[in-house]
Write a protein that binds this ligand. Sequence first.
Ligand SMILES: NC(=O)c1ccc[n+]([C@@H]2O[C@H](COP(=O)([O-])OP(=O)(O)OC[C@H]3O[C@@H](n4cnc5c(N)ncnc54)[C@H](O)[C@@H]3O)[C@@H](O)[C@H]2O)c1
Length: 270
Amino acid sequence: MNDVLGYQGKKVVITGCASGMGAAAAKLLCELGAEVHALDIGEVKAPVAQAIRTDMKDKASIDAAIAKLPSEIHALFNCAGVPHPPFPAVDVMLINFVGLRHLTEALLPRIADGGAIASIASTAGMAWKSNLERVRAFLALESFDAGKAWLESGAEMGADAYGFSKQCLIVYTMTKAGELAKRNVRINCIAPSPTATPFMDQLTKDFPREMIQPFCPSNGRFATPEEMGEPLVLLNSRLAGFVSGLNVPVDFGYCAEIAMGQRDNLMGIS
Ligand SMILES: NC(=O)c1ccc[n+]([C@@H]2O[C@H](COP(=O)([O-])OP(=O)(O)OC[C@H]3O[C@@H](n4cnc5c(N)ncnc54)[C@H](O)[C@@H]3O)[C@@H](O)[C@H]2O)c1
């Protein structure tokens, strides 16, 4: 069967595709014949239809990008994200979750019947159950400005800013699934284990590689950007047409080993 993934001629929007997992996903989407609209603060190298310089921590910048996007969209890929450190806590929350949600909510009415949303969370957000009350309190602040004001007040997150941003993303994804199912639109996220991208280069300036290694799967290595970008493309494809509301660990069994008590639960995953 040709076009088995169903992207031929489809309009897709992707953030964070200047490098890393998003770049791998954007390259594949272009190869699959999608019309790719890219939002990034950096330079996008994939042969996309449109690249819009966008700062995901700036509401006006996101709104300006939204104005340039097509009126009907088949799929949205939320890939932009930054580590903490070196990025300050408020910026991490704004880029990794508040801006992501602002963009997603604004584009929801444009997502076509049969369309889908896939975002990149992290194994660092997998302890969301133990912080659910706080996450829900934050999600209840529905607007970008309300979320930003809460963050700037220095309120307690119950986790480090990066972990909290990914907990919020996982709970948001699961919370939206039922509402979107009524419109035949799917929403999922992936939770990658450590991956060799510029994000990791930034993180390992503050945390040496030996500190990250215990969070790797038993195959002992960091994933490649393609090993994350490809499952993301699969999740938004027609081959995953009945899959929604999932946070999929893409970690070569790391979370499974924790669930089975076969290795230390360093992140308090429940
Ligand atoms: N690398 C890892 O080990 C790892 C593990 C789990 C989850 N993640 C998540 O994966 C996602 C992709 O990261 P990556 O590892 O490919 O890193 P990366 O640094 O290669 O990619 C991040 C992308 O986000 C863009 N970006 C950064 N700040 C932005 C802003 N303010 N506005 C718009 N775009 C911005 C960057 O230009 C880049 O294209 C992130 O959400 C990250 O949190 C990464």
